[in-house]
Design a protein around this ligand. Structure first.
Ligand code: MTE
Length: 326
């Protein structure tokens, strides 16, 4: 994964700077973020985001949410960390960038193009896509390949329910996803730090697993731009880069689709990307992780195979060598 070499300060800007100056700094960051070159991500470098102490914009409350029995009982990571320490290269390569740069992002109207091996292809309006479904709150562990993690109360719909409505044909073996490609709305796309649009994929049985979620919110509210508004994938047993944001395309296909990080660095990022403490990234260990919100000096915790969801998903990979199919 590309690495960012800016070292984040542990001291929040809002604590050391008058608010007016701090707000100007936010404007400065906004323009500077586009200009800054994407360099390298520093795994495990984790401090409070400079923006964590400000009042983040909140999403519209979602109604009629049911609680899922698939939730972990672990304490969720505070909202301001989940919404200000992000990876979303379409809005800049820094962790602070998406919260600033996606502030004006308008996720409506929003269309999702569905095609490939389905009986019901078409362009679905976002609201029509989710209207027939009940929204569930799923509190999941979420582990980034950079060895940080968080606990997120996502709100969403099992992907399997949505896919069934498209009537997959027997030739559908994989699902390919695509993010919006629009540099005017996603200013980080003016730089070719990745090849746009961001694309991801799942094997059909992974997509249909009950844990796989299409998230439309978190903390009971609509997703903010920085978290992938209005609709993103969440695959809790895989590294975070599989969880593609701001989806505009879903295609069911018969061969393994290309994925953005695999294209960018094939020796570092495979198609499967299952969380696995036994298989190191070529440049760092995956054995431990640091929980977001605890600060850089908080103790690391052991990473669990399949991020702790092995009982539900390990059988999907029976007979595969996970050090080769990483
Ligand atoms: N999706 C798109 N379109 N662009 C991205 O840069 N980053 C990925 C993933 N989805 C990314 C993306 C990575 S590396 C991670 S760790 C998660 O989003 C981060 O999700 P979060 O910011 O909501 O925590």
């Amino acid at each position: 994964m590309l690495i960012k070499n800016k070292i984040l300060s542990d001291i929040k800007s809002s604590e050391i700077t008058p608010k007016s100056v701090f707000m100007n700094r936010r404007h400065f960051i906004k323009s500077a973020a586009i200009a800054s070159a994407g360099s390298a991500l520093m795994p495990g470098l984790l401090s409070s985001s400079a923006l964590a102490a400000t009042d983040p914009k909140r999403g519209k409350p979602l109604v009629g949410i049911i609680k899922s029995p698939l939730s972990t009982s672990e304490e969720p990571t505070p909202y301001n960390h989940v919404t200000t320490y992000n990876n979303f290269y379409e809005f800049g390569t820094g962790k602070d960038d998406p919260a600033v740069m996606a502030g004006d992002f308008k996720p409506r109207p929003w269309k999702v193009q569905v095609g490939g091996e389905v009986g019901k292809p078409g362009v679905y309006d976002f609201d029509d896509l989710i209207r027939p479904h009940k929204l569930e709150e799923r509190i999941y562990r979420f582990r980034c390949v950079e060895a940080w993690s968080m606990i997120v109360p996502w709100v969403g719909i099992p992907l399997a329910e949505i896919i069934k409505r498209f009537e997959p044909t027997s030739k559908a073996k994989y699902v390919a996803f695509e993010t919006l490609n629009d540099p005017e709305r996603m200013p980080g796309q003016v730089r070719r730090v990745l090849s746009w649009p961001y694309v991801e994929g799942l094997r059909m049985d992974e997509a249909m697993n009950p844990l796989t979620l299409m998230a439309v919110g978190l903390y009971g509210e609509e997703l903010l731009g920085q978290n992938g508004a209005p609709i993103r994938l969440v695959v809790p047993w895989k590294y975070g880069f599989k969880s593609i944001k701001s989806i505009v395309g879903i295609r069911l296909v018969d061969t393994m689709p290309p994925t953005t990080w695999n294209r960018s660095a094939p020796h570092e990022y495979g198609f499967y990307a299952n969380v696995n403490p036994e298989v190191s990234h070529p440049r760092w260990s995956q054995a431990k992780e640091r929980r977001l919100g605890g600060g850089y000096f908080s103790p690391k915790v052991e990473t669990l195979k399949f991020n702790g969801y092995g009982e539900e998903v390990a059988s999907l990979y029976d007979g595969m060598d996970l050090s080769k199919s990483f």
